[in-house]
Design a protein around this ligand. Structure first.
Ligand code: AMP
Ligand code: GLY
Length: 422
């Protein structure tokens, strides 16, 4: 088969690597890919929002299957667009992608289907939002409705924080805002829960916990993700049943009733409190860095899994997972998520000795004349599997140390909740 992958992050390199391992695959193209994917696939420089150019490329190259990694093209309707041209695409349609594209859309489904989530209210103007915020207990959460690359969520400790949030949102910091979402602060611990869905049946695609904050002990600014571990320590069969029955099934039923077509990953961001799940948000794709953490655990031929998903025969597949723990530590450019330098040479990368069950996935890198340079905030993902989380993390940290990239920064405490740090 000839495969195209849309995206350029660590998630897409992990997908590319897994597909590369399949005997069914002859050729892979990454649009636009990164330094890592360039070694096992052909990178193609097309803007991921230029659907016309992507379509022409896929047709010209006789692509059998296109996998969409990131949310933006999904929310903009790339699946509907390419499917209408007769192309096979892995990802949900535009209607279903609203689960991630509009937080208010998801909240309305929660309300109509009785899905456990934080209590919320939607306001159309600043004045009524502020009147409500004056009466509320803090902390409280203020959210912009649309895609905001993880930045449209404000956890407000007091009225003055909330005032600023409402003002920024209505001033258009995240695009024209007609509404704002205000919700109660949920207490508990977060878990990322994934399913694979073929629009008929679904399979659980493992769990993870990510670390979004830049500094150790989960302090500092939010980032795209500094690392993750899988499976989540919170998961158990009782909880899983509740997540499926109270959250996943009612959502899938709603989408189906509205004639949505969902073929892809669904990622539920959950808050777990006393073994009860509450939906924080949906994403219509794999998580990053959760994808890099989870995919190496999968034993199946990934292309076979995806083909069954596209053919509506996912039910026939038995997903098999390695009986190991996985840890991903992200190496970022120094200064990320604020100011950082780009185009810094990463020496030594090719010389690192990678053992079995160790993986390095590229994110913000490019390859020029066989040398790698950084191009973004999150640069490399070091993933390691082992029977013990502690050993897995030690191995990932050892590789980072061996790389010794002077412009790099990483956290040493990824997965601290499952590893005794003393
Ligand atoms: P998001 O950008 O939607 O992924 O949200 C970012 C983060 O904000 C989530 O991962 C949670 O840590 C936090 N968050 C969002 N909504 C709530 C809530 N209602 N209560 C507590 N934390 C929240
Ligand atoms: N790990 C968070 C995300 O992918 O949105």
């Amino acid at each position: 088969m000839r495969i195209a992958i849309i995206g350029s992050g660590g998630r897409e390199h992990a997908i590319c690597q897994k597909i590369y391992e399949s005997k069914k695959v002859k050729k892979i193209f990454c649009i636009p890919g990164n330094g890592g994917t360039s070694k096992i696939a052909n990178n193609v420089e097309i803007n991921i929002n230029n659907f016309d150019e992507i379509k022409s490329f896929l047709i010209n190259k006789n692509i059998d299957l296109t996998i969409v990694g990131p949310e933006e093209p999904l929310v903009n309707g790339i699946v509907d667009f390419l499917t209408n041209e007769g192309l096979k695409v892995f990802g949900p349609d535009k209607f279903c992608s609203r689960l991630e594209g509009s937080k208010i859309f998801t909240k309305k489904i929660c309300k109509s289907e009785n899905i456990p989530t934080a209590n919320f209210k939607i306001f159309k103007d600043k004045l009524s939002s502020l009147n409500y915020l004056k009466e509320k207990k803090y902390p409280i959460v203020v959210k912009a409705d649309g895609l905001a690359a993880g930045k449209g969520v404000y956890i407000c400790e007091n009225f003055s924080d909330a005032y600023k949030a409402v003002e920024e949102i209505f001033k258009g910091k995240f695009g024209k805002a007609e509404e704002v979402l205000i919700e109660d602060f949920l207490v508990g611990e977060e878990m990322s829960f994934f399913i694979l869905y073929d629009n008929n049946s679904f399979k659980i695609f493992n769990t993870a916990q990510d670390h979004k904050r830049v500094f150790e002990e989960d302090k500092g600014k939010n980032t795209g993700g500094m690392g993750a571990y899988s499976p989540s320590r919170l998961n158990n069969s009782k909880l899983e049943k509740k997540i499926i029955n109270k959250i996943i099934l009612p959502t899938l039923k709603y989408l189906k009733n509205e004639s949505g077509k969902y073929v892809g990953f669904l990622y539920a961001g959950l808050m777990i409190n006393n073994n009860e799940p509450y939906l924080i948000e949906y994403n219509v794709r794999m998580g990053d860095p959760e994808c890099q953490t989870i995919l190496p655990l999968l034993k199946n031929d990934f292309i076979e899994v995806l083909n069954n998903c596209l053919n509506g025969t996912l039910e026939k597949i038995n997903l098999e997972w390695k009986n190991e723990k996985s840890i991903c530590v992200v190496l970022t450019s120094k200064g990320y998520p604020e100011k950082f330098e780009k185009n810094i040479l990463i020496q030594n990368l090719e010389n690192l000795k990678i053992k079995k069950n160790e993986y390095i996935y590229h994110a913000g890198t490019k390859s020029v004349k066989n040398k790698f340079y950084s191009t973004g905030g999150r640069v490399l993902n070091f993933v390691s599997l082992d029977r013990s989380f502690k050993v897995a993390r030690d191995k990932a940290l050892y590789l980072i140390k061996a790389l010794n990239w002077k412009n790099g920064y990483h956290r040493n405490d990824i997965a601290f909740k499952v590893i005794d740090n003393l």
